[in-house]
Every structure is written in structure tokens, then in C-alpha cells.
Design a protein around this ligand. Structure first.
Ligand SMILES: Cc1ncc(COP(=O)(O)O)c(C=O)c1O
Length: 645
């Protein structure tokens, strides 16, 4: 093994690391490597303008900010918006489509002020807008949009107050369209419009029969909790006609769920939705916009397949399919082409953020010494070798390439038997150690031999995790990549430096929360999911690991498990010379702030603790100097980062 590692180390290159971690595959042209062996960001996809992540992190540390740090690249955000615009512009031109396209950014995907402001600013040149799915998001949209052209689309459940605010915003001239999700909302809108003398504009969300594809496909299909049924749509149109308001039904909306992995299901949904559009048009509704919702995916593993972490299409194909699917049905039915809206959030924000965390410890998987026959004999109790130890010893001797699974099953059974005997007091600690060492020796040998097989059974694949190291990273999975914990979403993960060194360790990552779920043990791979990540041996210098494409949903879904708060967020943009400039630093939560979330007053806690410590001082249990040190730790710690500093 050591010999193999030596050969690998000699033949290793940065390019091999790029292939191993799939950087160029999932990097979408925004991430690559340099000759120093560091990961670089190309914020505008221009390979000549690169930001070295390791250099950047070193500089940020010099400014006094420690990892975990979330890096946000504003230029990537802008580039994504431009790309989406260009893709639709080309598709519209290519198909001679007789209308235009607009993207409305769904605020829920990343509501951080700096992110939304950046998007609103860049959106202006393309006439793109915002989508709000709740009252707080509506407040953001109403304040940030101060013209009468920028579209604001309101999805989500609405009450009378919400609807009235929208009606009044329409009255002052805002281009705001509430999408009716529940039939009741239509009555609220009619009431509000009458009250304020407004001819209301609105959309209707369809409950399509077509189901999406991917992890979030339950947002679509007839069983979804969103949208109006066919009956409700027909009744709704009748109701509008009664009021003479049918021309206000401007928009037809559907959403197939986020991260659509297969383009076919989207094309099917668009066809179904366009049939609704055509019928509503012919029935006298004023429909002029088709809103195809979100769902444009991100290829997290770079495999370009319909696997849950990937997508089997690219942006160009998405735009062409949307345009063509709408166009073909409208042409067939001789209905004018509608303006196309999409609500792409993930595709805009995901690539712009990178979480950098530091490895602070490594539990290396060491190989315990294999027991010899003499060790076994010495373990005999009153002349008799305990049966699980004897069996483990014999099983090891029977191991061949042909019986790997069977031997492993037997070894697990004998190891478990040894645990039971230990609990009942029939095995000593030393005997249990012997059994565990024999079991490890078998597992390692089974794993080693399985590497030469064409097909490795699942059970043997699990051995890889068991025999791997654990790298402890200073961060919280629950706060920074909640979708990984909650629904198994994979994000690309790789060291941001040392890529010119052979990564000779195999590891899973654990965070610093006191929760066994606080780990990452599935990693992106081009063909499958890897159970371990190749990492460099841990030495006495900072070792940074990046989790990429985390700009969508993660920040706001992150929770305060164990009271680990928001990480520092650093905004980086390219200056006029193409050099990275740090323009905004959003400091992570302090201990005081997270305590406050759970209604603890830092002052009260500090006063209580002071009392305890002073009493200990009076009782002579600690010196005055020690007392001072302890109080200083407590009081300054309240203002510090929630992560290890
Ligand atoms: C109604 C609606 N529109 C848009 C989106 C954003 O979707 P995506 O991030 O996949 O673009 C969502 C999220 O699921 C949504 O519910």
C-alpha cells in the first residue's frame, strides 16, 4: 500500500485532482485549478480573470475573520442573470418567437439583502423582476422596486390584508401580479379591487397532471398542495366574467418543483400548461404571459444525467424547449405568442457562493496489530479459547477472493457474539480487544480484495466508510448545508489547495455539532455517489475544504442546531483591473445574538455566572487570577463567533 502511495504521489498532478474532484465538470466554467494547486474562481467565466481561493482565504484571515466563511461572488450572480437572458434571447431569435422573455427572481431562494439588491440592480437592464412568496418577501419587493415596469409576481398563500396591499400597489402603478393559488383568493381580490376602484391584474396557478422529475417533484402533479384545479379555473373565469374583470386574468402559472432533473418532464408540463393558456385566451381571458415557474437545475455532480444531483440538459436547451413548446401549441391554435416568464432562483444563485471550512482535527483510521496465534493462545480462559475469538481467527484463515461477502457476514456475527459475551461478563476487556482486532483485520483484507472485483456488492462498499478517516471541520452541517442533512442533496466538496499533492487519505467529514447527523458521508462522483472523499494527510498547518454551489436555499434553511449561528459572509467582486476586491463583510452571529434568539439575555447569564465564580473564589477553590481568566473567557466569548476560533 505504501509503495502504491509513493508511486501515486510521484505521478500526481493538479489535473488529476481536477478529474478526481470533478472541478471542471461541476464548475460550470466558474471554477478551475491553477498551477499552485489551488482552486480558482472565474467570476465571469473568463479564464484570464481568476481568483485564487486559498490566497483569498489567507487574506480574509489576515483581516481577522476566521473560517467558516461563506464567500459570495457578485460577478457570478450577474453573469448568471446575463446568461439566462442571453439563452432566451437566442432561443427567441432562433425560433422566431413573437414575444419576449423575463425572469422574475424568487426572493425565497436567497433573501440576503446584499444578494437581492445585487440581483435587482443587474435585473434592470433586462426588465427582469422579482417573485415574492410571502408577506415579508412582498415587503422586500415593494420597497426595492420603485418603477412601474419591473414585474413583481406574488405566489404563495395570501390573506385579505396581503391581497389589499397588492391591489393598492397596482393602484399606484406597480406592475404587480398576484397569482391565485386558492380559489378564496380570487374573491379577496375582487373585493379589494371593488373597495379601491381598481381593475385588478392577476394570474392563476395551474395544478397540472404532469409530474416533475427530481427531489422536489411533489410540488407538481394533481396531488400537489398548490394551484387551482380545472374546475376552479373554469369557475374562476366565470366569476371574473360576472364582474366584467376577465381581461385582468393576465398570467398562467405553474411550477414543477425545484431542480428538474429531466428536460422531458418540463416540456410535457409546458405543453399541458399552454393548452390551458390557449383555452383561457379563446374563452375571453386577457392572458398574455406564460409563467413556467422555477426548476431550472444545477449540475451539482457534473454528470449531466437525470440523477437527483444533476440535470440532463443545459441552459440553452432549457430556453429552447420552453420557447419551442409554447410556440408550437400557440401556432397550432393560432393564438398570439405570450410573453414568457420564468422564476429561476437556484440557477441564478447556487454557483455564486462557496463555503470554506477548516479541518481542525483528524480521527485517522489506524490499523491495529493483527493478533498472532500466540496472542490467541494467551487469551484462553482456563485453557479454552473463547469461541468468537477462535471463530474469528479461523474465519480469517478461510478468506479467499471468492467468499468475501460470506466471510464478512461470519465475521460480523462473531464480533457481535463477542460483544454479547462481554456484556454478560464472559469476556474480559483484553479478550474483546482481541476479537475487535481480528474483525478489523478481516474487514481490511475483505476491502482490499474487493477493490480488484469488477462488481463490488453494496455491503462491501460500506466497508470503505468504516475503514476511512474522519476529518473534523469547524462548521455546522445544519447551519450551512441543511439540504444535505434534510434531503440528501449532494454538493461538490473539495480541498481548495494542495491539489498538486496526492490525496492519500479517504475520509468522511464531521462537523462540530453534538449530533451524529452532523456529517457528510456521500460525495459527488461522475458515475455514482462516493462514500468517502479523497483528502490530504492532516499536518500542522491550516487545511481548508470548500463546499461549492451553496448559494441557493441553504442560508435561510440553515438552523441554529447547537446554537451555531450564521457564518461570516464575505462579498467579493472584481475591480476595474479584474482583481478581487472585498466590498462587504457580513459578520456571522455572535454568541450573544444566538442566545438572544432563544430568549436568553447575555447580561443575565453573565451576572449569574459571575456570582458562581465569585463564590468559588471566596471559598478558595480558585485564585483571583484564575477567577479573572474564567470571567474574561465568558464575557469576551459572548461577543465572539459561535464557531471555534
Ligand atoms: C413558485 C415557485 N417559483 C419558483 C421557485 C424557484 O425554483 P428554482 O429555485 O428551482 O428556480 C420555487 C421554488 O421551489 C417556487 O416554489
Amino acid at each position: 500500500m505504501q509503495q502504491l502511495n509513493r508511486w501515486m504521489a510521484e505521478a500526481w498532478s493538479v489535473q488529476k485532482s481536477d478529474d478526481l474532484y470533478g472541478i471542471s465538470r461541476w464548475g460550470h466554467g466558474y471554477f478551475g485549478t491553477n498551477e499552485l494547486g489551488n482552486i480558482v474562481v472565474y467570476p465571469t467565466r473568463d479564464p484570464k480573470v481568476a481568483v485564487d481561493l486559498k490566497v483569498l482565504v489567507d487574506e480574509i484571515r489576515q483581516r481577522g475573520l476566521d473560517p467558516p466563511i461563506l464567500l459570495r461572488f457578485s460577478d457570478v450572480l450577474r453573469h448568471r442573470i446575463t446568461e439566462i437572458h442571453d439563452a432566451f434571447r437566442d432561443a427567441i431569435k432562433g425560433h422566431n418567437y413573437q414575444n419576449s422573455y423575463r425572469c422574475v427572481y424568487p426572493i425565497k431562494v436567497n433573501q440576503q439583502r446584499h444578494v437581492v439588491q445585487e440581483i435587482v440592480e443587474h435585473n434592470k437592464q433586462f426588465g427582469f423582476g422579482l417573485e415574492a412568496g410571502s408577506k415579508p418577501e412582498l415587503f422586500i419587493a415593494l420597497a426595492l422596486v420603485n418603477d412601474d415596469e419591473t414585474p413583481i409576481i406574488c405566489n404563495g398563500y395570501k390573506d385579505a390584508e396581503f391581497v389589499e396591499a397588492v391591489v393598492l400597489a397596482q393602484k399606484i402603478g406597480r406592475n404587480i401580479i398576484p397569482v391565485i393559488e386558492r380559489f378564496k383568493e380570487l374573491e379577496l381580490l375582487i373585493e379589494g379591487a371593488k373597495k379601491h376602484g381598481v381593475r385588478p391584474k392577476m394570474g392563476m396557478r395551474l395544478k397540472l397532471a404532469t409530474r416533475g422529475a427530481g427531489r422536489w417533484e411533489s410540488s407538481s402533479g394533481s396531488g400537489s398542495k398548490f394551484g387551482l384545479t380545472v374546475r376552479e379555473i373554469l369557475t374562476g373565469l366565470e366569476r371574473l366574467k360576472q364582474e366584467g374583470l376577465e381581461d385582468g386574468l393576465k398570467l398562467v402559472h405553474f411550477h414543477m418543483g425545484s431542480q428538474i432533473t429531466s428536460i422531458r418532464s418540463l416540456a410535457e408540463a409546458i405543453k399541458e400548461a399552454t393548452r390551458f393558456f390557449v383555452d383561457l385566451y379563446r374563452s375571453g381571458a386577457g392572458v398574455e404571459i406564460m409563467d413556467v415557474g422555477g426548476g431550472l437545475g444545477i449540475d451539482y455532480d457534473g454528470s449531466r444525467t437525470n440523477f437527483g444531483s444533476s440535470m440532463n440538459y443545459d441552459l440553452g436547451e432549457y430556453a429552447r424547449d420552453v420557447v419551442f413548446s409554447i410556440q408550437s401549441i400557440c401556432d397550432e391554435c393560432e393564438v398570439p405568442h405570450p410573453m414568457i416568464y420564468s422564476e429561476s432562483g437556484r440557477a441564478i444563485t447556487a454557483p455564486h457562493s462557496v463555503l470554506v471550512m477548516e479541518v481542525i482535527d483528524c480521527h485517522e483510521m489506524t490499523t491495529p496489530p493483527i493478533p498472532t496465534i500466540d496472542d490467541i493462545k494467551q487469551a484462553a480462559t482456563e485453557g479454552e479459547i473463547p469461541s468468537p475469538i477462535q471463530h474469528l481467527y479461523d474465519t480469517r484463515a478461510e478468506l479467499t477472493d471468492k467468499n468475501l461477502v460470506e466471510v464478512l457476514h461470519d465475521a460480523v456475527a462473531y464480533r457481535d457474539e463477542s460483544y454479547n459475551m462481554f456484556k454478560l461478563g464472559f469476556l474480559s476487556l483484553a479478550q474483546r480487544d482481541l476479537a475487535e482486532r481480528l474483525y478489523s483485520a478481516i474487514a481490511i483484507e475483505v476491502y482490499r480484495r474487493s477493490q480488484g472485483l469488477d462488481y463490488v456488492p453494496d455491503e462491501l462498499q460500506d466497508l470503505e466508510t468504516m475503514l476511512s478517516d474522519q476529518y473534523v471541520c469547524n462548521y455546522s452541517v445544519f447551519q450551512s448545508i441543511p439540504d444535505n442533512w434534510a434531503c440528501g442533496q449532494l454538493f461538490p466538496i473539495a480541498p481548495i489547495h494542495r491539489l498538486n499533492e496526492y490525496p492519500d487519505r479517504r475520509a468522511t467529514l464531521v462537523d462540530i455539532t453534538c449530533d451524529s447527523d452532523g456529517k457528510v458521508d456521500r460525495f459527488v462522483d461522475q458515475r455514482d455517489v462516493k462514500k468517502v472523499l479523497e483528502l490530504h494527510h492532516f499536518k500542522d498547518e491550516p487545511y481548508y475544504i470548500g463546499t461549492f454551489l451553496v448559494g441557493a436555499y441553504q442560508e435561510i434553511l440553515g438552523d441554529l442546531h447547537n446554537l451555531f449561528g450564521d457564518t461570516h459572509a464575505v462579498h467579493v467582486h472584481l475591480d476595474s483591473d479584474g482583481r478581487p476586491a472585498i466590498d462587504t463583510v457580513v459578520k456571522g452571529d455572535t454568541v450573544r445574538e444566538v442566545l438572544n434568539y432563544v430568549q436568553f439575555s447575555a447580561e443575565e447569564l453573565a451576572a449569574l455566572f459571575r456570582k458562581t465564580v465569585e463564590r468559588a473564589g471566596r471559598d478558595g477553590r480558585i485564585s483571583v487570577a484564575e477567577l479573572g481568566t474564567l470571567l474574561h473567557f465568558y464575557e469576551s466569548g459572548l461577543e465572539g463567533y459561535t464557531y471555534l476560533e
